[in-house]
Design a protein around this ligand. Structure first.
Ligand code: ZN
Length: 88
């Protein structure tokens, strides 16, 4: 019996890193399966949990501040770097 397969594993068998999984989720490109898997993964992975929540908080903030959520490319990264340096 196979342990629950990581749905993020690509066709070539390459196992994605936490960051790659997170990026897929945040880009809105994840399948339902991948989202479910990641939610479980987050329970035991503090860096992912932290990063995910910081990212979501930033996106919500930007959505509220920017018209239609059309934020300049790179702005999210800048804020994230700032937030990360404070919570690290
Ligand atoms: Zn992780």
């Amino acid at each position: 019996m196979a342990t629950s397969q990581n749905p993020f594993i690509q066709a070539d068998g390459k196992k994605p890193t936490c960051m790659e999984m997170l990026q897929t989720i945040l880009d809105g490109e994840a399948t339902r399966e991948q989202k479910d898997y990641f939610k479980q993964h987050m329970d035991g992975c503090m860096p992912c949990y932290k990063e995910y929540n910081v990212d979501m908080a930033i996106k919500e903030l930007l959505k509220a501040k920017c018209c239609g959520g059309n934020c300049p490319e790179g702005l999210v990264e800048q804020i994230k770097a700032k937030v990360n340096s404070t919570i690290a």
